[in-house]
Design a protein around this ligand. Structure first.
Ligand code: SF4
Ligand code: SF4
Ligand code: FES
Length: 505
């Protein structure tokens, strides 16, 4: 460890880190465009200039490594002047079309201009203009708004290694262009460039002119697409500020980084999965008994009555949270019922696959850690009662066949699912399950990291958590998580211990 001073305060820091990394670690904000923790250092935007004692000129914080005794100033008059100058240069050719830009409200150029510059442009000459283009089915490029940080170019050359974007021309004529739109169409990670672009130059066609970001609510959640457990933000349309009423439509999913997981990007499959969750018409809206709608109270007492039998089975789900699964497990244990787990779906992984996991379910690991037998091991007996937890997503087709046969043969079967499926159609009672964004839920990813997904919207229609329908005496999801952790993992676990980056088992 070495000692450095930042703004006259001493810090013990690791040798070899850059000034920007060290400052970030201690919560000191240094503005930047081209720096990205997962990409190589470019040092081209000059936005991160800081003053280092003894150096004749301001230094770029992203590319200057700390040394013992270094004295750094991130907010001196020299630094303020340098930032103003950099912003003036960046804005020379910029169209300043914030009122029609989709990045408005989350744009680093807008933020830094207000924070560090706020001066009128002195530029009097015609600005350079380029056409706005749809460079792929998913992405548009507006080169006029580009700050030439090359994050997008580096992402496509260093991470996906597909090289679709490049810079052309030189000096003040330089601009970004797409050299292979077809490859971008087929790149399963391409849409990340809209997240890493710090300004409104790259965006998603689907989100273009759709929603101002200040009319959305950002919910931190866990992607349900596979067992990688990527952290995501789910943006929910929040029209309360505009109109009387709240439509709770999911308008976008984008990356929420998790350094503990080394995760800075998401795949396009996970990103565009929100469309599945917006299909409200297909939702199971109320409890349904043999095709007839019943009240929640009737469903609760019916389950109590029908589960008062000797031979029962509960089939848990790698597509549901720890809390939902453990509620079902406790219900089964109290009655001495058998408990099984389905295999999750295997798919052909796209090329490149990078971090996508083969298991197409967010919580496969939990059921494995519980050492539950697979549904393929269910004996050929007819149960008096069967409960199956199902969700939006896929399980292995062989498991599907086995579960359907168990449901059909049982005297009374219950399926807990958000969208009516073949399982629900073959059950006596269907219970309306919430989707992941309607409840707090934790998941264990393929790397044994327990992570929390946050509740962002109210339960839709009459959907409720499973512990409510099973009449298990728990006050919250957090309590269920603690019981699971104590009984199955022999550890104390609550939301505090999970923190924002999760808990490693
Ligand atoms: S398009 Fe965006 S990410 Fe790419 S160089 Fe320009 S500002 Fe940077
Ligand atoms: S890799 Fe898996 S968890 Fe990550 S975004 Fe894609 S589908 Fe979701
Ligand atoms: S962030 Fe340092 S030069 Fe761009």
């Amino acid at each position: 460890m070495i000692t450095v001073k930042i703004n006259d305060r001493e810090y013990q820091v690791e040798e070899g880190k850059t000034i920007l990394e060290v400052a970030k670690e201690f919560g000191i904000d240094i503005p930047h465009y081209c720096y990205h923790p997962a990409l190589s250092i470019a040092g081209n935007c000059r936005m991160c200039l800081v003053e280092v004692k003894g150096m004749p000129k301001p230094m770029t914080a992203c590319s200057t490594r700390v040394s013992d005794g270094m004295e750094i100033y991130t907010d001196s008059e020299i630094v303020k002047e340098a930032r103003k100058g950099v912003l003036e240069f960046i804005l020379l050719d910029h169209p300043v079309d914030c009122p029609i830009c989709d990045k408005s409200g989350e744009c680093k150029l807008q933020d830094y201009y207000f924070k560090y510059s706020a001066q009128r442009s002195r530029y009097e000459f015609p600005k350079e203009r380029h056409k706005v283009q749809k460079i792929s089915k998913k992405i548009y490029l507006n080169p006029n708004r580009c700050v030439l940080c090359t994050r997008c170019v580096r992402f496509l050359s260093e991470i996906t290694k597909t090289f679709e974007l490049t810079t052309v021309e030189r000096g003040s004529h330089t601009y970004i262009t797409c050299v292979d739109p077809e490859s971008l169409d087929n790149n399963p990670f391409a849409s990340n460039i809209s997240d890493i672009c710090p300004v409104g130059a790259l965006g998603l066609n689907e989100f273009r002119f759709k929603k101002r970001v200040w009319f959305t609510k950002k919910v931190k959640a866990i992607c349900q697409g596979c067992s990688a457990g990527c952290n995501i933000y789910v943006d929910v349309s929040n029209r309360k500020q505009l109109l009387d009423g709240d439509d709770d439509e999911i308008v976008r999913i984008h990356t929420a980084e998790n350094p503990k997981l080394g995760q800075y990007f998401i795949c396009d499959e996970g990103r565009y999965s929100y469309k599945l969750y917006n299909d409200r018409e297909s939702r199971v809206k109320v409890p349904v008994l043999e095709g007839e709608e019943i009240t929640v109270e009737n469903a609760v007492s019916l389950i109590k009555e029908k589960a008062n039998v000797r031979k029962g089975v509960v089939i848990l789900s790698p597509l549901h949270s720890i809390e939902e699964n453990y509620a079902a497990y406790l219900f089964a244990r109290e009655r001495g019922f058998d408990v099984f787990r389905p295999s999750s779906f295997r798919k052909d992984l796209p090329e490149p696959a990078l971090f996508i996991e083969e298991k197409k379910s967010p919580n496969d690991r939990m059921l494995k850690l519980m050492k539950l037998p697979k549904v393929s091991e269910i004996e050929e007996i007819d149960y008096d009662f069967a409960l199956f937890l199902h969700n939006v997503g896929k399980i292995h087709s062989k498991s599907e066949v086995r579960i359907l046969s168990v449901l059909k043969k049982s005297t009374f079967s219950v399926v807990f699912e958000p969208v009516l499926s073949e399982f629900g159609r073959n059950a006596n009672l269907v219970l309306p399950a919430p989707i992941f964004i309607e409840e707090n839920g934790c998941y264990i990813n393929a790397k044994n990291l327990v992570q929390r997904s946050h509740k962002g919207v109210d339960y839709m229609y009459l959907s409720k958590p499973l512990w409510f329908f099973l009449d298990i005496n728990f006050k919250s999801e957090e309590e269920l998580l603690a019981v699971f952790a104590k009984e199955q993992l022999n550890i104390e676990l609550d939301y505090n211990r999970l923190g924002t980056e999760g808990f490693e088992l």
